[in-house]
Design a protein around this ligand. Structure first.
Ligand SMILES: NC(=O)C1=CN([C@@H]2O[C@H](COP(=O)(O)OP(=O)(O)OC[C@H]3O[C@@H](n4cnc5c(N)ncnc54)[C@H](OP(=O)(O)O)[C@@H]3O)[C@@H](O)[C@H]2O)C=CC1
Ligand SMILES: CC(C)(CO)C(=O)C(=O)O
Length: 370
């Protein structure tokens, strides 16, 4: 019997946030005697100390993994079946955390990655969450109903990856995309309808170094979900119980544009100058402040209340050695999400008549160098 506690809720200076508190719970782990770091699905039926309510107040599910009674609950344990489309840096980490928390996790990926996951599981190295291997299921497409689906591919792979997620199989299960940028929400709503799509963002530094091998470098995994607290509270609790702090924010623009107003300056500058966040904020501070102000003005024009001084504070609070995912893509020679991040900022700026000269120059320079 192992006792695990989720992260302690915090009020983070500069963020002004209170994260959903974690429930402390006990669960029986089925531990492989040959490796006591390998986490398998729980063999016991010890319920969490507080009952888990339905995951989302969505229409009653059909005869699915969501269990009996159409309530969304999966029986006494409250364990869910979660699909993760794209088990890379973000998806692999969350899939592993959810599996470690006792949920049944089904990763959807290409054949090679799916085979590696079936054989070796997800191997996580994390100073924050610990080093562990999580057993997950893996397939190349969704073939059964699930309680929840995370979408964690890059923008550049989104349309192809969504072919693995047939709308008829997904049904009304909540679909939580954690991609950076804003444009993917429209693409998901076109395919699956507006109901299941839960706008969300994640703040983390996590890299897939090989199929199923995840290096988590940030001392946090923070998720924001946009919508009503009464609808999304159980979903936030599910993440928080698994070790990823989650918070519900009422408005979509507040979630999506607050993230982009922070990310776009950080991603553009770290990638343009091949520099860590720490180096950018000391060596390129004037440029950082200029892009932050431009991005905050665009975010405000899009309906989010973003204060550039608060965003600068968040930048200053970020671990100095962390990099943006765009910089890690550039270093690895992968295609950049430049259009989804910088492009989205420039398009919104043009539509709303907000001048963004510094951001436009950085995007042009990155395009020219790519
Ligand atoms: N990494 C980070 O720290 C952060 C990333 N983000 C955002 O999260 C999103 C995901 O990024 P990240 O996790 O870094 O990306 P990764 O490249 O690490 O992971 C993407 C995953 O998608 C899989 N994939 C690619 N194409 C397909 C396809 N056609 N079908 C199924 N799976 C596919 C990849 O498979 P394979 O393993 O086979 O390559 C990989 O597992 C991005 O939008 C990024 O901007 C946001 C915050 C932080
Ligand atoms: C905000 C930041 C830099 C870390 O979560 C990010 O989203 C990224 O690396 O893509």
């Amino acid at each position: 019997m192992a006792e695990r506690a989720g992260p302690v809720p915090t009020d983070r200076p500069g963020l002004g946030r209170t994260w959903v508190s974690a429930h402390k719970f006990r669960v029986d782990w089925g531990v492989d005697p040959s490796d006591d770091h390998v986490i398998r699905h729980p063999t016991g039926r010890t319920p969490p100390s507080c009952p888990i309510p339905p995951l989302l107040a969505l229409p009653a599910p059909g005869p699915t993994a969501r269990g009996t009674g159409g309530t969304g609950a999966t029986g006494a344990t409250g364990h869910r079946t979660v699909a993760v489309l794209g088990p890379g840096g973000v998806g692999g980490l969350l899939a592993a955390l959810l599996a470690r928390a006792g949920h049944r996790v089904l990763c959807l990926a290409g054949e090679d990655t799916a085979r590696a996951l079936r054989t070796d599981g997800l191997r996580v190295r994390s100073g924050h969450c610990g080093d562990f291997t999580a057993r997950v299921e893996a397939d190349t497409a969704l073939r059964e109903p699930v309680d929840l689906c995370l979408v964690t591919v890059k923008h550049t792979a989104l349309e192809a990856a969504l072919d693995r997620l047939p709308a008829g199989v997904l049904g009304d299960a909540p679909l939580v995309p954690l991609l950076n940028g804003v444009d993917h929400l429209a693409a998901l709503r076109r395919r699956y309808g507006a109901g299941p799509v839960v706008p969300a963002t994640v703040k983390v530094e996590s890299t897939r170094t090989a199929p199923g091998v995840i290096e988590h470098g940030s001392p946090f995994v923070q998720i924001e979900l946009a919508g009503a607290e009464e609808r999304l509270g159980p979903l936030a609790a599910l993440f928080t119980d698994a070790g990823a702090e989650a918070r519900v924010v009422p408005d979509e623009a507040g979630v999506m544009w607050a993230k982009l107003a922070f990310l776009a300056p950080v991603a553009l500058l770290t990638t343009r100058y091949r520099a860590t966040i720490g180096a950018v904020r000391t060596e390129r501070r004037d440029e950082l402040v200029a892009v932050l102000e431009e991005a905050a003005a665009v975010a405000r024009a899009c309906g989010a209340s973003v204060d550039p001084a608060a965003v600068l504070e968040r930048c200053d609070a970020f671990p100095a050695g962390n990099k943006s995912s765009m910089l890690r893509d550039a270093e690895a020679g992968r295609e950049l999400e430049l259009d989804a991040i910088g492009g989205a900022l420039l398009r919104a700026a043009e539509e709303r008549g907000v001048p963004v000269p510094t951001a436009a120059r950085l995007v042009a320079e990155l395009e020219a160098s790519g």
